[in-house]
Structures are given as structure tokens and as C-alpha cells.
Design a protein around this ligand. Structure first.
Ligand code: 3EB
Length: 355
């Protein structure tokens, strides 16, 4: 009986109860929540229907285009509860929550401030004060709302919630991603915990919370990655990462070069994580292991133009060392999704998580 936090791939058949829940180490009663992409599953089993379920209406760019989920599992997980519209579960160490709000005519600055304030109230009241990871999906991300792009509106609202909480962004910003989808308002998911994460930045990139105001009146509020000290291991959560060096977008119009730059950024973040891991293990007199390896992490690739997916897949295969004749990246570890990356010129964004 292993109570540690973990995640697993979930498919529609498992949601319907066609695959045994027991394959998920303890079954769906251990489920904290699901982050799902593509067509939502129909006819979920009663047990799955109870799980906080974040359904992101973004098309999958792979063969099995029916929808796929990331199932987060914990230890002794609570029943689903609701707090100001947030559906959540927790297990004493970690809390997963999700909420979707807004429609066509809502203002994203107002909505994102409201969502982040609700989230912070929940975390403080439930006793999981440390935000580890957020997933932010916005409809019409490049749309203009009262003279400001919606992504920038989102940043204004998110920062306002941080201002009100009076926490230093530099010492609390979670790993995150923010991507545009065709419709669906504003959809958020998050992991928060009792322990504080180790926050990681990337020396090749300006910290997002220090971006100059040419990218919007308020900066994005995220760290490049968080390293989570669990009971028996460290979990690495790498934020959505793109072809940005310093604070500038690189390789405009060249999706293959953007993919390589993105992977260079992720490799640097993995190296930073391994430095921190060695330091933390030395402190606790834990055995040193090989550390994190990019090829072992679970990747999610957001591609702006579906027709670019094959080129991105090939670059990934080359950079992640797929052998000759094996030009495809192991599909198992990579999920391709169509999404709008938050800067118009960025064609691809990649996030990674794992042990
Ligand atoms: C970047 O590095 C690319 O606003 O929460 C990546 C991850 C990006 C998170 C966010 C934005 C966010 O700035 C965009």
C-alpha cells in the first residue's frame, strides 16, 4: 500500500469503468482529480463521476484522438467537496481543485482575480497554503477586452489576487501554464500542499515575474518549475516552457528551431532541479540517485498549428534520443494538444512533470 502522490494516464474506457480501477494502485477512491484534454468521456462510472474533473476543450493531435487524462492519485483521499465553486479533494498532504467560470462577455481581469482569490481562501482555510502547480486555460486568449489582450487581462487579475494576499511572488509563485482554447471561458486546475515547494528559475530566461511591461501592465506570476519534497521522493513540475531567451521570443516563424530552443530551456531547468535535489539530499543525508532525466518525464506539448505537430514530434525524437529507425517519440510519455500559446509569435510550448 503506497500512499505517495503519483499520476497516471487515464483513458475514456477507464472512466466508463471498462478497465478495472485497480490498475490505478488503489482505484479511483485514491483519485484526487483529473486533468483531461480532448473529447470528454461519456457515461463515466459512478465512482469516476464523483472525481473533480477538469475537462479542457482542446483538440488532441494524435492518433487516439478520443481524449486523454492525467489522473492524480493520493493517499487517504477525502470525498469531493466544494468551496465557492471549486471542486476539490485532499489527502492530508496535497489538494487538487478545479473550477471553470466566465463566458463570452465576462472580463478576464475580474474573473482571474476572483478565481485566484477564491483559490487562496480555500488553501488558507483548508490548510494547504502552498501552491505547487496551476493550469490556466482561457478562451480567446488573444482577444481584446477593454483595450487589453485577454492574456494580459488574466495577468492583471492574477497579480491583483497576489497583491491582496500580501505574499512575495518571488518566494511563492507556482509552476504554471496559460494557454488559449477555442471556447469554454476560464478553466483552472491546481495542486497545493502543506509543504512549501522549492522554486526553480532558468538562468537562460528572465523570471516571468520580472518581464518588462512591454508584455503587459502586470507580469505573469509563475516560477519556471517547482520541486516538491514528498515523503519518499521529489516531484518535479516544470511550467509551460517556450522559445524565450532572456525575455524575448526567438526563432519567429520557425517551429523546429522553437522546439529545440524550448527543449534547451527545459534541459536547463532539469539541470537546476538536479542541483537542488543534490543539495536537499545532502542536507537530509539521503542517498544520491541519478536525478531527473528529461526522457523519463511526462511531457505535454501545446502546438498552435495542427499541421506543425509532425515537425515538433520529429524534433522531440531527435533531441530526446530516439534511436535510428525509431523516429517517433514514445507516445506514452508525450501528449500533443492544439492550443494558442500566450504570445502570438510562439508556435509551441512544452511542460513536463515526473520523478
Ligand atoms: C513564458 O515563458 C511562456 O502566464 O502562467 C508559460 C507558463 C507561459 C506559464 C503563465 C505563461 C505562463 O512566458 C508563457
Amino acid at each position: 500500500d503506497n500512499p505517495r502522490l503519483r499520476f497516471a494516464r487515464l483513458d475514456a474506457a477507464a472512466c466508463r469503468g471498462l478497465a478495472p480501477a485497480s490498475q490505478y494502485e488503489g482505484g479511483f477512491e485514491r483519485a484526487l482529480g483529473v486533468v483531461w484534454f480532448g473529447a470528454p468521456p461519456t457515461d463515466c462510472s459512478p465512482q469516476m463521476a464523483e472525481v473533480p474533473f477538469m475537462s479542457v476543450p482542446m483538440p488532441l493531435l494524435q492518433m487516439d484522438g478520443t481524449g486523454t487524462g492525467e489522473l492524480w492519485l493520493g493517499g487517504a483521499v477525502s470525498a469531493t467537496k466544494e468551496f465557492e465553486g471549486i471542486r476539490y479533494r485532499a489527502d492530508g498532504d496535497v489538494l487538487f481543485g478545479t473550477l471553470t467560470i466566465g463566458g463570452e462577455d465576462s472580463h478576464l481581469a475580474v474573473d482571474s482575480q476572483s478565481v485566484y482569490e477564491r483559490m487562496f481562501r480555500l488553501l488558507d482555510q483548508a490548510g494547504y497554503p502552498h501552491l505547487w502547480r496551476t493550469w490556466n486555460f482561457l478562451s480567446d486568449i488573444h482577444g481584446n477586452d477593454q483595450g487589453l489582450e485577454r492574456y494580459r487581462q488574466f495577468n492583471v487579475g492574477r497579480q491583483a489576487a497576489y497583491d491582496a494576499r500580501q505574499q512575495m511572488v518571488e518566494s511563492t509563485a507556482p509552476a504554471a501554464c496559460a494557454l488559449g482554447m477555442r471556447d469554454g471561458g476560464f478553466c483552472v486546475g491546481f495542486l497545493a500542499g502543506r509543504v512549501a515547494p522549492i522554486l526553480l528559475e532558468n538562468p537562460r530566461q528572465v523570471s516571468a515575474y520580472h518581464y518588462p511591461d512591454t508584455y503587459g501592465p502586470r507580469s505573469p506570476t509563475f516560477s519556471r518549475a517547482t520541486l516538491i519534497p514528498l515523503v519518499d521522493s521529489f516531484l518535479l513540475l516544470i511550467s509551460g516552457t517556450a522559445s524565450i531567451v532572456g525575455h524575448e521570443s526567438r526563432h519567429i516563424g520557425n517551429v523546429r528551431a522553437q522546439t529545440r530552443e524550448t527543449l534547451a530551456n527545459i534541459s536547463e531547468i532539469v539541470a537546476q532541479a538536479n542541483d537542488q535535489l543534490s543539495a536537499a539530499r545532502a542536507n537530509d543525508r539521503l542517498t544520491q540517485g541519478p536525478g531527473f532525466m528529461l526522457a523519463d518525464l511526462q511531457l505535454r506539448v501545446y502546438v498552435r498549428h495542427p499541421e506543425d505537430a509532425d515537425a515538433v514530434r520529429r524534433e522531440l525524437g531527435v533531441c530526446l534520443g530516439a534511436g535510428p529507425g525509431e523516429r517517433q517519440v514514445r507516445e506514452l510519455n508525450v501528449c500533443f494538444v492544439q492550443a494558442d500559446v500566450c504570445r502570438q509569435e510562439l508556435l509551441v510550448e512544452i511542460e513536463a512533470s515526473g520523478w
